[in-house]
Design a protein around this ligand. Structure first.
Ligand SMILES: [Zn+2]
Length: 268
């Protein structure tokens, strides 16, 4: 199998792939969220994994993040495109806008967030957690397609599944966070541990619980998210297709060398 690109996203993205076939994987961390579909986008073979399961029945805090990343690694994937909906904590990130993240801020708890937790230890750097090459490709692709894309943004990750209180949301905005979701962590960090490239694309669906003092901005509801996602589904698919087409073999990014100097396999 020669599948270098893996996509993790919602089940709405299924029809992305042409001529797909499902494979079932088992890892040392158990089964991933669902079967991995292998198929083609623009003639290029890719793997697709539905983050919340095929029937969207796995909540954010129960997603088997480690099994997902390891399963993709084991079938040969080197570069991951992670797609998901995000809430906005700043006025300039408007519903319907796309974002490529450049930083995350983890506020989840209780999640298994390392692959090196039994017979070895690794301390990878996540100073720049997202693949620089893939970020440039995504930004250029959106520009050429006239899709409104923010070239950077800090994504705050919370446990969920509930949405924020007004007090929390106010605090997050004041802390200079740009966006919020429930799944970016530990997905991106685990990819880094496995020396895989990770590109995080967010589709802004709402203004979290409403921006303080901004008239006419209502708190988020799941229906709003589902509607915005539906409206943007076609655009997301086209964008991913373009990114896949433009993605070369890895050249200049640091991702393949993330375990160098990380002390992997040494028990400290
Ligand atoms: Zn990379």
């Amino acid at each position: 199998m020669n599948v270098e690109i893996g996509i993790i996203g919602g089940s709405g993205l299924y029809s992305l792939l042409a001529e797909s076939a499902d494979i079932s994987k088992e890892t040392k961390f158990g089964k991933p969220s669902g079967n991995i579909s292998i198929g083609k986008i623009n003639g290029i073979e890719v793997a697709f994994l539905p983050r919340h399961g095929k029937r969207h029945n796995i909540p954010p805090h129960k997603v088997p993040y480690r099994a997902n990343i390891l399963a993709l690694k084991e079938i040969g994937v080197k570069r991951i495109i992670g797609v998901g909906t995000v809430g906005s904590l700043k006025k300039e990130y408007k519903p319907g806008d796309f974002v490529v993240f450049d930083q995350f801020f983890n506020m989840t708890n209780g999640r298994d967030d390392t692959i090196f937790d039994s017979d070895s230890v690794a301390h990878v750097s996540t100073a720049e957690p997202y693949c620089s090459e893939l970020r440039s490709i995504a930004i250029n692709s959106a520009e050429s397609m006239k899709i409104k894309m923010h070239g950077k943004g800090t994504i705050l990750v919370v446990n969920g599944p509930r949405f924020s209180t007004k007090a929390e949301s106010r605090f997050f905005s004041a802390s200079n966070m740009d966006l919020i979701n429930m799944t970016q962590y530990p997905e991106v960090a685990l990819a880094r541990e496995m020396q895989m490239c990770y590109l995080g694309i967010g589709i802004v669906t709402d203004y979290d619980v409403g921006l303080e003092g901004e008239p006419g901005i209502k708190p988020v509801s799941f229906d709003d998210i589902a509607r915005t996602m539906k409206e943007n589904e076609a655009k997301v698919k086209l964008l991913i297709g373009e990114i896949v087409k433009k993605t070369p073999n890895r050249q200049s990014c640091i991702c393949p060398r993330s375990l160098e100097g990380a002390g992997a396999t040494i028990n400290l």
